[in-house]
Design a protein around this ligand. Structure first.
Ligand SMILES: Cc1cc2nc3c(=O)[nH]c(=O)nc-3n(C[C@H](O)[C@H](O)[C@H](O)COP(=O)(O)OP(=O)(O)OC[C@H]3O[C@@H](n4cnc5c(N)ncnc54)[C@H](O)[C@@H]3O)c2cc1C
Length: 495
């Protein structure tokens, strides 16, 4: 059978592209090396508990929101619960919310830092001006494209700007700068694209963050279901080994089993190095070859999964706690890039069973701790020797548990029924993201907006989807990349 489109990988990007193309009647086939759809967005069960392998929340799920609209387009209707209880703890101060969303967070900042009120208001205004331009971008005509620098002044102006430059220009104190830097990124303010921050705050988390009933994995399963209902195929435990080309044109994919699957269009939902250096016969196009080695990839993560006996204290925890003990974000990043993990690393604790009790047996809670981590820690986690690897993994897990016990949940260790952990090596093994890069390509000014690799490549019929391409990382970012890719393919077919 010849397919219209073969998609390599069932991450958010691949699934979204597949669901949109299948809905328009194209014959699509997705190849997934793992045993379930979703890439990073999967859940697993252990001793009656449901844990999400990686993510903690998703934005844009309010009616008409970015993600809700995408899901609705492919007839996926899920129940999302709003995350309202949030506690961000910084050295010397904290911000607790009972109603989530960027706007509520900003109001709290104004109350805590009245002397910074003018700066906060200017920050808000700049963010919303950029948001309006990003929104207008989706329906842009060729005429408006020609007038881009005039019509999209803020996008042009802030394209090279880092978040640090904006924070320094608007605020005096370091505390408020820190409070505005607890974002889902792995690079520090000096390297973070301000346009990305503005887009994220405007389009994704302005109305708050959400959690899907049943766990993160239901999102991927629902998208896979949408593809299959429309006749699309998904083959699990099937790994792509080569993307075939003739001249400068894609002709199909070969699996590691040697099966040749013909298709004039291939979407790669895997990393840039894998796509261009390993899968593509003939190697990367010259325009990309040099850039490939110079890209900055995001750091990885270390995750601890805890089954915990519940009690009044556990029941009164917020859904989301951000705990930062180090004030110097730049120094913390330098340590991580050197392959070190700080003694008291910044971490996130989430308790999804507080808003979805079906995730843990009665009287217990599913707790997850996450901390940004380097792949290079202790000689790449001693990954070549199973016992040493387990020992390093356990040492870091205990470090995070002890940190949480001393700062957030006294007596935690006595309440733990079991624990498990995932290292950057685990993330790499399951998803093929090199070095367990949690967000794919880092969102620096040089790798965001028009500087990020486009969804269409210079090889005819080869497209990209996922967190290494436009627009960005994250569940919504990767899903949106899938929609960009699908729409480009459809518009080309339609003339
Ligand atoms: C610890 C952690 C926490 C996170 N928290 C959040 C969060 O709270 N909210 C949020 O929005 N985002 C979060 N993210 C980021 C988000 O999950 C990712 O940016 C996004 O899901 C990436 O999607 P993707 O489409 O790029 O595909 P990926 O998830 O990278 O999936 C790629 C897929 O391709 C498959 N594959 C690889 N190679 C092959 C091959 N040769 N043949 C066939 N299949 C192949 C893999 O098995 C995998 O299924 C988090 C990420 C991590 C790691």
């Amino acid at each position: 059978m010849i397919y219209d489109v073969v998609i390599i990988g069932t991450g958010m990007g691949g699934l979204t592209a597949g669901a949109l193309l299948a809905k328009r009647g194209l014959k699509v086939l997705l190849l997934e090396k793992g045993s379930q759809p979703g890439g990073y967005v999967v859940s697993f069960r252990k001793e009656g508990f449901t844990f999400d392998a990686t993510g903690v929340f998703v934005g844009g799920c309010e009616p008409g929101g970015e993600f809700e609209a995408l899901l609705r387009e492919v007839d996926v209707h899920l129940e999302f619960k709003k995350i309202n209880t949030i506690r961000n703890i910084y050295p010397g101060f904290e911000i607790a919310l009972r109603s989530g969303g960027f706007n509520h967070y900003i109001e709290r900042l104004k109350a805590i830092f009245p002397e910074e009120k003018r700066g906060i208001e200017r920050y808000e205004r700049t963010i919303s001006r950029i948001g309006a331009e990003v929104k207008a971008l989706s329906g842009i005509t060729w005429y408006e494209k020609a007038l881009f620098p005039l019509l999209f002044r803020n996008l042009v102006r802030f394209s090279p700007t880092t978040h640090e430059a904006i924070l320094n220009s608007l605020f005096k104190g370091n505390e408020i700068k820190m409070a505005l830097s607890s974002l889902p990124v792995t690079v520090p303010p000096s390297q973070l694209s301000f346009l990305f921050v503005a887009t994220l705050l405007n389009k994704v988390i302005s109305e708050g963050a959400y959690y899907p009933r049943g766990g993160m994995g239901v999102i991927s399963k629902a998208l896979a279901g949408s593809i299959e209902r429309r006749g699309g195929g998904i083959r699990y435990r099937t790994e792509a080994a080569r993307i075939l080309t003739r001249g400068n044109k894609v002709t199909g994919v070969v699996t590691t089993e040697g099966e040749v699957i013909e298709a004039p269009t291939v979407i790669s939902n895997v990393s840039l190095p894998q796509t261009f250096q390993r899968l593509l016969s003939g190697g990367p196009p010259s325009s990309l070859a040099r850039r490939l080695n110079r890209f900055e990839y995001s750091l990885s993560n270390f995750i601890v999964y805890l089954g915990v006996r519940g009690d009044a204290e556990l029941n009164s925890l917020p859904f989301f706690t951000y705990l930062r003990s180090i004030s110097d974000l730049e120094e913390e990043y330098r340590m991580l890039r050197k392959g070190e993990i700080p003694e008291n690393p910044t971490l996130i604790m989430v308790v999804p069973s507080l808003i979805d009790p079906s995730l843990a047996p009665e009287g217990t809670h599913a707790v997850k701790l996450l901390s940004i981590a380097p792949y290079g820690y202790r000689n790449e986690w001693n990954k070549t020797d199973r016992r040493s690897y387990q020992a390093v993994k356990e040492e870091v897990a205990q470090r995070l548990i002890t940190h949480v016990e001393s700062r957030l949940i006294p007596g935690l260790k006595r309440k733990i029924l079991f624990h498990g952990a995932a290292t950057p090596v685990t993330l790499e093994r399951y998803t093929g993201n090199e070095q367990g890069a949690m967000y794919g390509l880092a969102t620096t000014p040089r790798q965001f907006g028009r500087h990020r690799p486009p969804n269409r490549t210079s090889i005819k019929g080869l497209y990209l989807a996922g967190h290494y391409t436009r627009p960005a990382h994250g569940i919504v970012g990767a899903a949106t990349s899938g929609s960009f890719t699908a729409r480009t393919i459809l518009s080309k077919r339609n003339g």
